[in-house]
Design a protein around this ligand. Sequence first.
Ligand code: NI
Length: 135
Amino acid sequence: MVYITRKEYFCASHRLFNESFTDEKNLETFGKCSNPAGHGHNYELSVTVAGEPDPKTGMIIDLKKLSDLIKEEIINHVDHKNLNVDVDFLQGVIPTTENLARIFWKILNPKIKLGKLYSIQISETAKNFTEYRGE
Ligand code: NI
């Protein structure tokens, strides 16, 4: 099995909060990410596809096509948006990278026909990233 990854980038704002929590509890739980007026991140989104390379092309999947798919299905909907209010498929979701990874998986998984979606990684900062493998 071979694993191939396409990385895309987007900028977005969000606020992490649970509306049933007090402001103090939101601050204690989500830290700076609960700032009431929101804040932004430069997100990195990596999508890994697993498969056997086609002997005729040497490729599992055309990375340009994978890039186009990620842009059409995800990036165009979230880039320069407020993740709490602007994005149809994130309504009612606390926009943590954990939740984003699961939702992006649900969107992309049925659309990947060559190879098999293996993992989705998302980072908001250089120090942290989240990985989801559909389990
Ligand atoms: Ni944040």
